[in-house]
Design a protein around this ligand. Sequence first.
Ligand code: 3PG
Length: 333
Amino acid sequence: MTLIFVSSPVHSDVLSSAAELGTVALGYGPDAVAYDVIKAKADAVLLRSGFFTDDMMAGSSNLRIVARHGVGTDTVDIPAATRRGIWVTNTPGGNSRAVAEHVFALILSLARKLPVASAQTQGGIWGERRAELNGIELAGRTLGLVGQGSIGSVVAEIGRALGMTVLVTDPGLDQTLPHVVPLGRLLAEADVVSLHLPLLPATRGIIDAAAITRMKQGAIVINTGRGGLVDEDALARALASGRLGGAGLDVLDAENIDMVTPLPHNRLPIADLPNLIVTPHVAGQTDEALRQVGLTALADIAAVLRGECPRFCVNQPLTDPARAPCRLPAAPR
Ligand SMILES: O=C(O)[C@H](O)COP(=O)(O)O
């Protein structure tokens, strides 16, 4: 009997479809089972947040596929999977709209100081401190996107619809396009800088103290990509001093240590700042996106279990039985 391990909560439609493919073991909830306990029997893993390491693959002798529920594959040891004959897939585009809308939820909340306004009002302060709540309008302002893959493209579309000028830094785009600019120019001109990049050695700390000094006074930083793209200490200093106007973070560097519980010391690296909003890696978490992403991941699990190539493979397992090579997508964005 086929065994599918589902690491973290997924859409109910995804669970019922998974049950049609085989037995489902859950890594969460009242019936939670640790992966190590079932690893010898698992045929497929549907992986949400959390790591999937070489150690976890060792002893997973039936395992054919680790299907990432999402775009980023930074939590999976892909070389180990390739070596061990395990497919790794992801779900590009499935949560782009959800993440892009979350980007604007953060931008608009910061632009209109909604967290402070709501806290004051619910705390019984109605009109007397309204002057502290003056906001800014987005129309006519410049939105700088560092990276423009599938998510960045939707962010750009929404930004333009709100009357913003969009600048993009992305080495993968045609550099002669008028809105494609070097990072230095983007930082100098953008009122809002939004990051849409994978975390790589070259992108770690792309928004650090030096980058912040190049930004406009009062600019807003949004990170829904990966923790570690922003130097959180430098960001906290710039928010506290008023050098930056606000920041919205859906991801934290601590997630790169422990994705599931990224606050191991019960301490947010940056906190208690009125111009900061932090959300717990939920930008892609709408009902629509969860369903779409989960079903896409499951379709690739079904394909691999049938002996077919998955649609969204990010590796080509070395020891997979001979078959027509799958077309590998471009590097993850
Ligand atoms: O990689 C992604 O697309 C996001 O980080 C969401 O991932 P998740 O489905 O594991 O929450």
